[in-house]
Ligand binder design. Structure first.
Ligand code: C2E
Ligand code: MG
Ligand code: MG
Length: 705
């Protein structure tokens, strides 16, 4: 706090006296002397200044010193200003008394002894500075208390309110006058305190006495309107002694607690179904296994996957899909004991944890009930919807198998259940087929690969014999080289697994995204601008109702002529002859893409498809090419396929041409586009430029023609 100079007012009608007094006061530091030659002038000066002391002459013409002292000491603002009257040397006791009555606190008789005057004034200045400091600290403390976002109440040792700030008044819902003096118990009551106490005030007093500061006590505040709020109290005491007054700071934490409980709920529960979520389920399972170790009991894990849920979602839309998931969740919750836990792990995957399961028969009974309960039709938006579920079970006896193992086993059992024809359950047994174990592992690894966007894509060239150069590439997805198992898994293995577990959708978009990036980069160079790029589409992708929306979402991020992108489909895409698929295919053609019928000759290869569906390209499957040169019938068949393609104005690509013999067989039949190891294996995108500039291909080709 900076100290302002202290001001002293000298009031005397005689100039000589004023000069003499000023001279006496000269040795004082940080002091400003103000002079007034009359009572009136003195009062005027007092209007604008606070003085540490007033030296007031008694005998003045007009208003005398007594009158001036009277006015000063009765004014609200200056009643505490010390007045020292300067009286005549022969003043009587009655005159001195009059001076005191008028409000003077001291008097000096003339002639004035300079050292006495100086020391008196010094004392008054000291007192006035202390007063100013106290006043400042008090007003500072008051403004801090008022500004505090918290309620502040000071209680006497008996628990009566002695002081309350504005915020606390607001929270108690009454004005300070009505609150001061009231008892602690009138407003505050306890939620939970140590069992030795039943009185919250006593409890807090004891804590404060022991600790000095006691924080985070939650209590109930009942305001003037009888509304209950939850508040957090912080208590302290000016003195650390029992039975002393206590200061309590408090804030309303009702909305904070509500928010906290919402956050806890969000972190642990699935918002759609209100079942536990994956994280919460994992925690509970780990704890259950630990308990079962102590109790030597059995924990059972059930993993559920809805069969063909994706189909419902895709054909009837997400709203129906969501309601169906909610319906399934309700049924699951309805059949569990309080100690069991059901969770939605994500998508259409659910899990159930059964603690203290008496025997595996009990668990299997429950699984059987779940399968049959889920298979009963659901009524959603006035439609009867049927869905089935497959369940994999695994168990940990006396905590011997950990959480990860239980999940792995349940996954394998689930895979086996699905393989067995769905709508059934399987309990994991170590003898379970090695094949199922392997596939379950691939599925879980693939999920991680896709989640981390680690899929690799390679590109296999399509060589045109007529143009004597590569005219296109096919994008082929690859298992990433590092981090996922020692062995490479081929797409022929993991694509069907992706299709079965719905991972195919995300896989498809990740491949398309990478392929579009490559196609865009090709537009920058005249060496590559002519190239087309083919991307494989799974039947499942095409069947998804939001396929076109998601396709557009990818395409809008890139810039290349759409005619350069070909989608390869196999017959399975339109086996069920769905209107949706046909509409999608027509839209793709209208957008400018090319469509290729992949692996032609391996399925039904109905000529109907060729007639009714808008394909631009037929890809003759590798199995025909492999038999070329050995089997006359195959040669005739391939020739027929090429002729049909000609008739339908489609171009033909021969797949899987591995050697010169095969090339020499296919070329004369009129197939000019070749895809196979003979010209190029699938390669990373970085190697494309050097492949298309290789001249020896030209030589090879020249020889073969
Ligand atoms: P596909 O679309 O018929 O692809 C051609 C397959 O034949 C590729 O196998 C390719 O590496 C292989 N191939 C090409 N030339 C030769 C050759 O001269 N000899 C031999 N032995 N094989 C050759 P890959 O990459 O293993 O793919 C297998 C299948 O997986 C693909 O058959 C396709 O149906 C599917 N696939 C691959 N990538 C994707 C994709 O991104 N999405 C979808 N949905 N399916 C994909
Ligand atoms: Mg293909
Ligand atoms: Mg093919």
């Amino acid at each position: 706090m900076d100290l302002q100079p202290s001001k002293i007012l000298i009031v005397d009608d005689i100039l000589h006296n004023r000069i003499a007094l000023t001279k006496v006061l000269k040795p004082l530091n940080n002091v400003e002397v103000v002079e007034a030659s009359s009572g009136n002038e003195a009062l005027k000066k007092l209007l604008n200044n606070d003085f540490s002391v007033v030296l007031l002459d008694v005998n003045m013409p007009g208003m005398d010193g007594y009158e001036v002292a009277d006015i000063i000491s009765s004014s609200q603002d200056h009643k505490h200003t010390p007045i020292v009257m300067l009286t005549a040397h022969d003043s009587s006791a009655s005159e001195v008394l009059r001076a005191y009555e008028a409000g003077a606190i001291d008097y000096l008789t003339k002639p004035i002894e300079s050292t006495i005057l100086l020391n008196k004034v010094k004392q008054f200045i000291k007192i006035s500075q202390l007063q100013a400091k106290t006043h400042y600290l008090k007003s500072e403390r008051e403004s801090i208390l008022e500004a505090a976002g918290q309620g502040v109440i000071k209680f006497t040792s008996e628990g009566n309110i002695e002081f309350i700030n504005k915020k606390a008044c607001q929270m108690l819902g009454a004005v300070a006058d009505k609150i001061i003096g009231s008892q602690f118990d009138k407003w505050f009551s306890h939620m939970e305190i140590e069992p030795d106490f039943d009185d919250l005030f006593m409890f807090l007093q004891t804590k404060v006495h022991k600790l000095g500061l006691y924080q985070q006590q939650i209590a109930k505040l009942i305001d003037n309107n009888k509304t209950v709020h939850l508040v957090e109290l912080t208590c302290t005491s000016p003195k650390r002694q029992k039975n002393y007054s206590m200061i309590v700071l408090f804030q309303d934490i009702s909305s904070r607690l509500e928010m906290e409980s919402k956050l806890v709920h969000l972190a642990n529960y699935d918002t759609l179904t209100q079942l536990a979520n994956r994280a919460c389920f994992h925690d509970n399972l780990a704890r259950a296994i630990n308990r079962s170790k102590r109790l030597e009991s059995t924990v059972v894990l059930l993993l559920l996957d809805l069969d063909r849920f994706k189909q419902v979602n895709d054909t009837l839309g997400h709203d129906v899909g969501d309601e169906l998931l909610q319906g399934v969740a309700k049924r699951l919750a309805s059949m569990l004991r309080e100690t069991d836990l059901a969770a939605r792990l994500g998508g259409d995957e659910f899990a159930i944890l059964i603690e203290d399961c008496q025997s595996s028969i009990d668990a299997e009974q429950l699984a059987k009930k779940v399968v049959s309960l889920i298979s009963k039709p659901f009524l959603i938006q006035d439609k009867e919807i049927c869905i089935e579920t497959s369940i994999g079970l695994s168990r940990s006896i006396a905590g011997k198998s950990d959480k990860a193992t239980l999940f792995k086993w349940a996954d394998i059992a689930l895979y086996e259940a699905k393989a067995e024809g769905r709508n059934c359950y399987k309990l994991f047994v170590p003898e379970m087929s090695v094949q199922a174990q392997k596939q379950a592992l691939i599925q879980s690894q693939l999920r991680q690969i896709i989640d981390q966007d680690l899929l690799d894509v390679q590109y296999q060239g399509q060589f045109c014999l007529e143009e004597n150069r590569f005219v296109g590439f096919e994008a082929l997805v690859r298992w990433p080289k590092y981090n996922f198992g020692d062995t490479q898994v081929s797409p022929a293995q993991f694509i069907p697994i992706a299709e079965q577990s719905h991972l195919i959708h995300e896989l498809g978009y990740q491949v398309l995204h990478q392929a579009c990036g490559v196609l865009q980069s090709w537009q920058l160079s005249s060496d590559t601008r002519h190239l087309t790029l083919a991307v494989n589409l799974s039947a499942k992708q095409l069947n998804a109702y939001d396929f076109l929306d998601r396709l557009e979402h990818v395409l809008c991020q890139f810039d290349f002529p759409l005619a350069k992108l070909t989608f390869e489909l196999t017959e399975t895409a339109f086996l069920d002859n769905s209107e949706h698929v046909q509409k999608c295919m027509k839209t793709l053609i209208n957008m400018g893409f090319s469509l290729a019928l992949d692996d032609f000759g391996t399925g039904y290869s109905s000529l109907n498809y060729l007639q009714n569906l808008p394909f631009d390209i037929i890809k003759i499957d590798r199995c025909f090419i492999q038999r070329l040169g050995f089997c006359h019938k195959t040669t005739a068949l391939v020739k027929a396929i090429i002729n049909i393609a000609d008739a339908f104005d489609m171009s033909v690509v021969a797949e899987g041409v591995e050697n010169k013999i095969q090339l020499d067989c296919i070329a004369p039949l009129g197939c000019h586009k070749i895809q196979g190891f003979y010209f190029s294996k699938p390669i990373p995108k970085e190697e494309i430029a050097s492949l298309i500039s290789t001249t020896n291909i030209t030589n090879k080709n020249a020889l073969s023609l």
